[in-house]
Design a protein around this ligand. Structure first.
Ligand code: ATP
Ligand code: MG
Length: 670
């Protein structure tokens, strides 16, 4: 693949004027691209020489009255220099060298079915982009130093005399654009550009690998992988749609099938539809795209096989051309098996692995791959810190799974409060403990004892925390998640509710999926905005709002984890939700005894506080939230005034809280 001089057939005649010197070229240059320089050089050089010659003959002699400069310019318009026999010979020898090249680029051009003109345009654009000297030649041919690039009009002008027909502009009816070689929209006069993918293919750096390794594919998908690989090998029906939920391992199936069929997968992101076609047709790679892209892609069987992935609702495009392959998520036993194997691989004794595998498998909807990742992270932590590889470490590692982050519509809260920090009646506390117990014991009751098969829906737990403002509902949600060793995914209602039809459902679906995968508690704080009563349908908006409620009802039923709802307006909630609640825990305003407890605990250890009259403070009938606000305000007053919190500071702060609440402050003991 080295010097062109030795590889191209020697032309019969000497090199004509205008031919570009075949200097030593780098060893990495594709011989086809090098050979293309020959006909391009002859044609562009021949045109430039003719242009210069026309400027040298002085047309002013023939038309004495005209401005000689204008005449010189005009004389070159429409110039189509007929090539000499020698130029033709060199031109044809160059084409022959291209045809004989048999290099990767030659193969690519052949597979794309580009005709002569398109192939030379591709070569000219590549040279213009990659070699400043060639770009200068183009600037001269344009007679414009600002246009040192290939244009459709110039190439047509110079190649026409060699019987290479070219369009005045390339658009997406032409294969070079449709197949992703040239960027669309250049026009006759505009700069032709290669697409990034074409550029990488031509420079031999297009190596494309998909994110997942074939070995990541769970063994339970073995048959599916064979089916999909068979589809890829047969290159028959164009599209195979891998359909299933997020955690099913659709991409892993795609990667394993491609490997089994001996083809590469082409990642879709950052690539135009045309570039995906370029990869498919030009390199035989199989693009892997999300189902949403199918409609716009207009893939045809001639483009080769294509893999798409989508959720259960993904609809195959253009009917019979699409083969649907259902990829299911791992069931609880699948997950328990994956944890067991991964833990055994990490050297944990079967007895020690059994407990964590059962709990983690039941509670976290992770893929097999995510499970392996979690175990390997936990193992590294154990090795680095000398700690034992136990359930706590595994929970922590599972929660760090990269897919488990906060999403657009939710915030991830790592619980820092404890159930014991809550000051609530023994009854409320007992209900909270029961709630925690129901979630924590899911793996025993549902899986070991087999209740899961009896409960096709409603395997998860939905609990409502209701009561007046400031009574500790949000705090309790965090504490419950903490007691379950889970994070809290707090759904931000303002971000979920979209004015665009269908967007709200999508956002909500994302929140549920995230929580399921992340093994997080899903928390709808101030939930009445979403779970409110379905409206009587008056207008289109009501209909959509009702659809959102229907979606929520459905998704709440299939959710396998814990959903917490908090509100201070229980009566505003839709009956249908209330029926699905496993717990409805009412947070009352604290009685005097609880208020004493709240006051006793409200100042952190480090705060210098005088002996406060807790009994007197507790006579004020306020919620825990108000106690906290007053304590914080008193602390600020104290910090600016002597540095010790006194009864007077607290009294003053309380009077302010009363004003905020719209209550009358009648001095001490009111
Ligand atoms: N029962 C309680 N026990 C201990 N602290 C409490 C209690 N109630 C309130 N607090 C304190 O008040 C703060 C605010 O309470 P929280 O936000 O949990 O109330 P809420 O019931 O969610 O109120 P809202 O209905 O306004 O959202 C808590 O972070 C906590 O410090
Ligand atoms: Mg709250």
């Amino acid at each position: 693949m080295t010097g062109l001089a030795t590889e191209r057939p020697a032309p019969a005649a000497p090199r004509p004027d205008g031919g570009l010197p075949a200097a030593a070229r780098t060893a990495t240059l594709d011989v086809w691209l090098g050979a293309a320089l020959e006909p391009l050089g002859v044609a562009i050089g021949g045109y430039l020489s003719a242009l210069r010659a026309s400027w040298r003959t002085d047309p002013a002699v023939a038309q004495p009255d005209a401005d000689p400069d204008v005449l010189t310019l005009m004389a070159a318009v429409g110039l189509r220099p007929g090539p000499s026999a020698v130029q033709h010979a060199w031109f044809d020898a160059g084409l022959a060298a291209m045809d004989a090249a048999g290099t990767p680029v030659a193969g690519l051009v052949a597979r794309l079915g580009l005709d002569r003109g398109a192939a030379l345009t591709l070569a000219a654009t590549w040279w213009a982009e990659s070699d400043p000297q060639f770009a200068v030649v183009l600037g001269c041919a344009h007679d414009d130093a600002g246009r040192r690039h290939a244009t459709a009009a110039l190439l047509r002008l110079v190649l026409e005399p060699y019987e290479v027909p070219l369009p005045l502009a390339w658009d997406d009816t032409d294969p070079v654009v449709r197949l992703g070689v040239l960027e669309p929209g250049a026009g006759p006069d505009g700069r032709l550009r290669l697409t990034p993918t074409a550029r990488r293919l031509l420079s031999g750096t297009a190596g494309d690998t998909s994110g997942s390794r074939p070995t990541d594919c769970p063994a339970r998908h073995g048959r599916l992988v064979e089916v999909v690989a068979g589809h890829l090998r047969s290159r028959g029906a164009a599209v195979a749609l891998l359909r299933g939920p997020d955690a099913a391992g659709r991409r892993e199936v795609a990667a394993a099938a491609a490997a089994a069929a001996g083809t590469a997968l082409a990642e879709h992101s950052g690539r135009s539809d045309a570039e995906l076609r370029l990869l498919a047709r030009g390199t035989g790679a199989v693009p892997l795209v999300p189902a949403e892209r199918l409609a716009a892609l207009e893939w045809s069987p001639a483009d080769g096989p294509l893999l798409a992935w989508g959720d259960e609702a993904a609809a195959p495009q253009n009917g019979e051309g699409t083969r649907v392959v259902d990829v299911t998520a791992p069931t609880v036993p699948d997950r328990v098996g994956a944890w067991t194997r991964a833990l055994a691989g990490a050297g944990l004794a079967p007895d020690a692995a059994r407990g964590p595998a059962a709990v983690l498998g039941a509670r976290l909807a992770l893929t097999e791959r995510a499970i392996r990742g979690a175990v390997s992270r936990a193992r590294s932590t154990a090795e680095a810190t000398g700690a034992a590889l136990d359930a706590d470490l595994l929970w922590a590692a599972a929660r760090q799974w990269p897919g488990a982050g906060a999403t657009r519509v939710s915030t991830r809260v790592r619980p820092t409060v404890d159930l014991d920090a809550l000051v609530v009646s023994t009854d409320v506390r007992a209900q909270l403990d029961e709630l925690v117990g129901q979630v924590a014991m899911q793996h025993v009751v549902l899986d070991e004892w087999g209740f899961r098969t009896r409960l096709p829906r409603g395997q998860g737990v939905v609990a409502l925390l209701c009561g007046p403002p400031g009574t500790g509902k949000s705090m309790a949600a965090e504490a419950v998640a903490g007691a379950l060793q889970q994070d809290l995914l707090r759904v931000d209602l303002s971000m979920v509710v979209s004015k665009y039809v269908g967007e709200t459902e999508k956002n909500l679906a994302a929140a549920f999926d995230d929580a399921e995968r992340a093994g997080a508690v899903l928390f709808f704080d101030e939930c009445d905005g979403l779970f409110g009563k379905r409206a009587e349908q008056h207008d289109a908006h009501d209909r959509w709002a009702n659809l959102e409620t229907d979606f929520l009802l459905q998704r709440v039923e299939t959710f396998t984890g814990l959903v917490l709802l908090a509100t201070n307006r229980r009566s505003a909630l839709d009956e249908a939700f209330l029926r699905r609640l496993r717990f409805s825990i009412r947070f009352e305003l604290p009685d005097a005894r609880l208020r004493q407890e709240l006051w006793r605990r409200v100042f952190p250890e480090g705060v210098p506080v005088d002996d406060l009259d807790v009994d007197a403070l507790a006579r004020r009938d306020v919620a825990g939230g108000t106690v906290l606000s007053a304590a914080v305000a008193a602390a600020f007053l104290a910090a600016a005034d002597g540095g010790r919190v006194t009864g007077a500071h607290v009294e003053h702060a309380m009077s302010r809280e009363y004003t905020k609440l719209g209550k009358a402050w009648t001095g001490s003991g009111s």
